[in-house]
Structures are given as structure tokens and as C-alpha cells.
Write a protein that binds this ligand. Sequence first.
Ligand code: SDX
Length: 444
Amino acid sequence: MSKSPAEAKSGKPANGEYVTLIDHSTEKQYDLLVRSGTEGPKVIDIQSLYKDTGYFTYDPGYTSTGSCESTITFIDGEIGILRHRGYSIEELAEHSDYMDVCYLLLYGELPNASQKSDFVHEITYHSMVHEQLLYFYRGFRRDAHPMAIMAGVVGALSAFYHESTDINDPEQRRMATHQLVAKMPTIAAMAYKYSLGQPFVYPRNDLSYAANFLHMAFSVPAEEYNVNPVLARAMDRIFILHADHEQNASTSTVRIAGSSGANPFACIAAGIASLWGPAHGGANEAVLTMLREIGSKDRIPEFIKRAKDKNDPYRLMGFGHRVYKNYDPRAAVLRESTHEVLAELGIKNEPLLDTAIELERIALQDDYFVEKKLFPNVDFYSGITLQAMGFPTSMFTVLFALARTVGWIAQWKEMIKEPNQRIGRPRQLYSGSQERTFVPLDKR
Ligand code: SDX
């Protein structure tokens, strides 16, 4: 399809690769510029397509559409690659901690010792929330889903931190970035404590990010609570694995919300709302519900049969991915973490894990799953690990949102700084009624 500019009819400057679109209804030809990144598929630049041709493109679900140019995360779904700023997720999960990955996503490089010390200090010393926020929680029913609380509280943060909402002020953007990364664990732990009817636990500045979260979630004023370092490391690794993932549904939501100039707290609240869906971040909670519903290994074939039935909307939660047509590299790392956590807690013969491992074994041999390249994704194992650590399923997506906040913010920052940043406003294929004359009520 691509033609050298010399052959192109439109006389475009001969300084790039083109594809030519031929409109057979008019025999007109249009040369569309092809752009290459540093990795991954090339793109056809269609920014002036409508102006030049009068056509829109049509791509519901954006299966073939790039919404932006980014330097943050690269995914190759065919071979199961995930890299942040060029570093593989396997190496980051093995050798770094979540604060390293936050700095990398936000500032483009792994921090050196002094950069890391300054960053960790900044995040640590912003981990408390405005005391007035505690009364905000009291407006929720105790049985409110923690994700409903997260969406409400994070959306309200601009009312408490109004001095970091001017998106055109780099210092306010920096402050909002650090406030969000720092306060999400506190807000998440408070949502959990509120659902238990237990008192809120303040953060401690002598604990690491993940250990502090476990402390705020599981300690009670009545006794000492010592964070298990193995669980803290597993928690930190789970945060790393969920930190960013290119232009997924919730990140795209944050970008499009930010494109209108909305403040960063409102944009992150929009991302939380999108992540909550069971097809996206809500899948980790749905995986546990599914495993409980399956109940025992001998019922697995019945559920696989339902997942394959075109007339049944049932899907195996934790399987399949829009981009990964190979094993999700995060699932492989998480599976390892799951075994470490269960061993540390002395949990043997965990029935849900046994069912999960058997389900994975059968599904990966089944023609339907093999043909459609439906592999376990990040959500398949995360729920089992989190449950073993003591979290209720209703908190699983909250932890995903906590970890993903840094990715949302990094992508939001990148979008805000784009030189030709414009409001996101897709078009449509209209197939509704054509013009009709109004019918008065007594004539209908
Ligand atoms: C996340 O985008 C991201 O990066 C997301 C994420 C991130 O880090 O941000 O990775 C996190 O959201 C992971 C995905 C978690 N969701 C689930 O585990 C829910 C179960 N999975 C499916 O709902 C589905 O696989 C999606 C939503 C993940 C992907 O949907 P797509 O890309 O729109 O794929 P599709 O629905 O078109 O499925 C392709 C085919 C279909 O069959 P045909 O119409 O071609 O005959 O595969 C089938 C689907 O019916 N299929 C499944 C299936 N997933 C897809 N069949 C049974 N069980 C499944 N899980």
C-alpha cells in the first residue's frame, strides 16, 4: 500500500512514507503520511482526513486507532512485552520498588540515590489527608462499595487542595502529582477501615510506601502491628505490576477528561470510575467471584463450556486482553508472588488457588482459548494474592486504582505538555432519524 512520495499524485514533499487512499466513487487519490515510532506498529496520520476527504474513520473500541503519541509505556501483545520507559516489567518487578517506578513513570529516568531520597521524602510527607476529609467519609453508608468511596473522595480532593488545581502552573501540577501518589494509600485504607467500622489509622513516616499502606489497612489502636516484610514486598510488587499500561480504558478516560482542562483530581476520579468496570480493573474482584462460583475443579468444564457458548454472555474473568495475545507478563510475575505469599502465610491447599491453577491448565489447552489467544491476564492471580493477604474482594479494584494513579498522572502530565494539545472530541457514524416535522401532542 505504501508509495514513495515520487509516485504520489498529491505533490506532497518527498520527505516521508505515505499510503494512498483511493476514493473509487470520485477516483480521487489521497496520500496519507505514515509515521514510525521507536517501537511497535507504524501509524497512518489521519488528522486532516475529514478536511481533505470528507470522510470520518470508524473504529468503535479503538482496536486500530492510536489516540496519542507517548514515551511512557510500550506493550507488544503478540510476544507479551511490557516496558516502562524502556525497562521491562520483569526487571522492574525484580530489581526496583514502587517508588523507583513512580519516579521513572513521572520523570522518565530511574532515580539516583539523592533523587530517590528526595522523592520518597516528598511522598512520605504528603501522605496525610486534610482532617476535614474524615467527615466526608461519614456521609457514606458503612456498606458502600469502597470504589464508590474512592471515586467520591478523590473527586472531592480539589475542594481540599485547591492550591494545586491550576493545570497551567508547573509547580501546581507537580504538587498535585505528588499529593495524589502520596494520598491514595491513605484514602484507600480509610475506605477499608470505614467499611469495617474501625477507626482510621494515620500514616507513619518511618514506613515504606507499601508497608505504610498495610499498616493503615490492618493495624488497630488496641495493639502493636508489625508489617510482615514478605507481604510488604509482595504488596509493593503488586503496585509495580499495576502502575501503568499504555492507553487502556481508564487511562484514555483520564486523558480525555484532562483534555478539557479539568483539574487533575477530577481526572483521576474519572479514571477510577472507568477502572471499576468488570471488563477492566473490576476483573480482579470478578475472578474471585467466578472461582467461588466454580467451587471445585470438577465443575470447571461446565464454566469453560459457558464461556465458549456464543449465546451465553458469560466470560472467564481474568482471561483475554485487548492487546496481549500471549501470556500477560504481569500475570507470570504475579503467579510467582502468589506462591510466595501463600508460603509465607503457611496457606496450603488453598482451594481457590487450586481451582485457578486447574482452570488455567484446562483453558490453555482448549482450542477455543488457544485460537482466540485468551491467556490469563494481570487480574487472574492478583485477586488470590490479595485475598490471602487479608483484603476482601471489594478492595481489589481499590488497590488497582491506588497503584494505577501514578500511571494516570504520568499520562495526564504528558498530555498537558503536548505542544498541540486539543480537547478530545471523537465523531460518529450517524444512523438515526433524518429530519422530521414536529408532531404536536394531540396529534401523536
Ligand atoms: C485489564 O487494556 C488494558 O491494558 C487493561 C489492563 C490494564 O492494565 O489497564 O490490562 C487491565 O483490564 C485486564 C483485562 C481484565 N478483564 C477481564 O479479565 C474480563 C474478561 N476479559 C474479556 O472481557 C475481554 O477479554 C477483554 C475485555 C479483556 C478484551 O475484550 P476485547 O479486546 O474487546 O476482545 P473481545 O471481547 O472482542 O474478544 C475477542 C473474542 C470474542 O469472541 P468472538 O466475538 O471473536 O467470537 O474472544 C472472546 C470474545 O467472546 N473472549 C472471551 C473472553 N475474552 C474474550 N471468551 C471467553 N472468556 C473471556 N474472558
